[in-house]
Design a protein around this ligand. Sequence first.
Ligand SMILES: *Cc1c(COP(=O)(O)O)cnc(C)c1O
Length: 366
Amino acid sequence: MKNLHKHNFGAGPCILPEEVLDNAAEAVKNWRPTGLSILEISHRSAAFEEVVKETEKLVRDLLQVPHNYSILFLQGGASLQFCMVAFNFLHNSGKDAVYLDAGYFGQKAIKEALFFGPVNVAASSRGAGYTHIPKEYSISADAAYFHCTSNNTIEGTEMFRFPETEVPVICDMSSDIFSRPIDISQFDLIYAGAQKNTGPAGMTLVIAKNDLLDSVKHPLPSMLDYRVYRDNGSMYNTPPVFAIYAAMLNLQWLKNKGGLKTISLENRAKAQLLYDEIDLNPLFYGAAERYDRSLMNVTFRMHDPGREADFLAFAEQNGMVGIKGYRTVGGFRASLYNALPYESVRELVNCMKVYAEKYHRPAILV
Ligand SMILES: *Cc1c(COP(=O)(O)O)cnc(C)c1O
């Protein structure tokens, strides 16, 4: 049984539903179809092949992935994708890749891509501290691809619109995939480290248009070639067995809840509750521009930064976990991933209210 007095706002690895943890724990001891632990079965067993098929099907159904896309399970996190994307689609292409620089992870993606070819930054909000998503930019028609990050996990901004362009669109969707319905056909390749809404750490989900994969003409090392994963059903080598199994349980939970429409209403309600408090409470303010606010990672600060350590301690005493802002950014960040209950957000909001009642002294009353 999890500690019910803890509210886990951690940014990743993040909170998972209790029933997923229970079922995963049970499978570690005895995974029924095999009578063995899920940790010690062969990845080539028929039972595990079923797990891979079922996980793929859940991804396909939940996101309504069109048939001309492949679903792959890799390792190396989203961070390996920064390099793999460029190695596959920029290297030897004779073209530039166009990147949107809207946050810490987009910046890291650019750094890795530069190993493989020229990068053209379409627009950047770096000078503004990444508090918004740049919107006015163009993508040249002869680019190798356009790369963006749909949700900036650290800065708390999210893209709700994606550019229409002839060039392939590649998106790091690590921290908002499965949080709301999305039109997959707008993208040519999507990748996501699992530990934010998909499952535990250890697996990376890739959804790729087959045409894009087949357009690659240069040879690649097997483990860095998407087609090797596709052509071997994500089993070219030993896949992350447990991480895939737990992701399957988590996606089943999501499906049973009603899928992405249902979860997106819940996620909206949670974000609204917290942003409303941030806007109304005299001690706090939102770190990101209003129109680009993320529904997954809510970043906020105190007008008096000298109070932040004290509020953090107060919130922690009251069971809030993981609300400290990223080390380079400061302030606070509350991540509201799918499994976080509305009740947890209410508790955090309550902490903010109680704290303000205690410490906010409007000048007029002194
Ligand atoms: C967490 C995160 C990453 C890094 O993921 P790893 O799996 O740790 O490599 C990359 N991009 C985004 C948007 C993230 O949220």
